[in-house]
Design a binder for this molecule. Sequence first.
Ligand code: PEP
Length: 255
Amino acid sequence: MTFARRPLMAGNWKMYKTQAEAVAYAGAFAPLVAGVDDRDILLCAPFTDLAALVGETSGTNVMIAAQTMHYAPEGAFTGEISAAMLSEVGVDAVVLGHSERRQYFAETDAALAQKLRVALDSGLLAVLCCGETDDERVAGRTEEKLGRQIDQDLAVVGADELERLAIAYEPIWAIGTGKTATPEMAQETVAFVRSRVRANLGAAADKVRILYGGSVKAANIDVLMAQPDIDGVLVGGASLEPAEFARIVRFVTAA
Ligand code: PEP
């Protein structure tokens, strides 16, 4: 399975939507994006929605992702889910290292390196998140923070595997705040992330998809997707409503 920088448009529902709500969403959303075949579409949903969503979107162009997983194949890890459990229900992808997971659930770069390895070995498309806080940006430490996350999280990834993962650059100060990075700032930082991947893994860095996330909405998607290094988006709040997210998926840039 390779993706080679097709735009990846991912909606992160966080802890929203019961199974019934998820199925109703998918029933409304899939027709709105039918025929969109030049970009990948991903819904990242709570664990309890996944099996129903896989069934509801079967035969459509909508892929389904979990929002986290454990690196162990099984074990005494109460509340956790393994890659095999996700694969069994037919999930396509998994989000790793979302800033909310890092902040509230103490997810570490060491654990993320293991999770990334397991996701790739399991055939899941991995969407690895990274990003700086407001304080880090103001202090001029954005590149230091992102560089460390990239170096450590990708420590056991090979250059030939970069096509099977995506990196979501999400400035923490822009998540759920309504404050979007300017397109220029998003481009500049995404380009830095790519340069750091290149420093670690060479020219194959041109094959990794790098997404922007942080208060993306229908009103700003077109200008964000016009940036040369931005290969897609990870969208929280604006993905909760089918018509809004469908417009995001159907972004248009000048030819
Ligand atoms: C997210 O959940 O990753 C996110 C970027 O949220 P929002 O779009 O609501 O800022």
